[in-house]
Design a protein around this ligand. Structure first.
Ligand code: GRF
Length: 205
């Protein structure tokens, strides 16, 4: 079976990246992680990639100044050179230009720490606590031009428990992200490679 080549974009610690790498260790998993690209040289996820024998690549955005598209063209070239077919955003902290989103349309996914369309953007756990929601969670979706928009591939729900603060709630959601993201990537790339289609994941705890 030929596996779909995936490039993962990160900016930080890379715990979701680790979940994807762990899933992809199984030869039956439909995707292989071909390269991990970070816009920051100090991203913890670069070491995680190396641990799993995957190439860590830094494409620093700073030399490109305000020209975001030029930075993305450099990342794009690196991805294409390595035969990447799908892009997984895993804590990539820059808003992508319409050009990059268009280039990977239908082939780029993101994990977001809320049940979209609730709480797009940053600081989702604080906002969920302030709103008093009883159910929170995470979403994996295809990336479209609007930030944290795009067709939903899967969601995982977690309870908000009495006494929760940002940290405890974030930890519960993160655990769910680590289950959901590999499941959704498998569903998407499994379909792309023509193998048995897995239904889009819907988890609830
Ligand atoms: C996660 O909460 C993810 O949902 C968000 O950024 C965070 C990345 O964490 N997009 P990590 O680097 O995967 O640990």
């Amino acid at each position: 079976m030929s596996r779909t080549k995936v490039g993962v974009l990160i900016s930080g610690r890379g715990s979701n990246l680790k979940a994807l790498l762990e899933a992809a260790r199984d030869p039956a998993y439909p995707a292989e992680i071909a390269v991990v690209v970070s816009n920051r040289a100090d991203a913890g996820g670069l070491a995680v990639a190396a641990e799993y024998g995957v190439e860590p690549l830094v494409v620093d955005h700073r030399p490109f100044g305000p020209d975001r598209e030029a930075h993305e063209r450099a990342m794009h070239a690196a991805l294409v050179e390595r035969g990447v077919e799908f892009v997984a955003l895993a804590g990539y902290m820059r808003v992508l230009t319409p050009w990059f989103v268009g280039a990977w349309s239908g082939r780029m996914l993101n994990v977001h720490p809320s049940l979209l369309p609730a709480f797009p953007g940053l600081d989702t756990h604080r906002r969920a606590l302030d709103a008093g929601v009883k159910i929170h969670g995470c979403t994996v979706h295809l990336v479209s031009e609007g930030v944290d928009e795009g067709p939903i591939l899967g969601q995982a729900a977690v309870p908000v428990l009495p006494g929760d603060g940002v940290e405890s709630l974030a930890a519960r959601v993160l655990e769910a992200e680590h289950q959901l993201y590999p499941a959704c990537l498998a569903a998407l790339t499994g379909q792309a490679s023509g193998s048995e289609a897995t239904p889009a994941a819907l988890f609830s705890y």
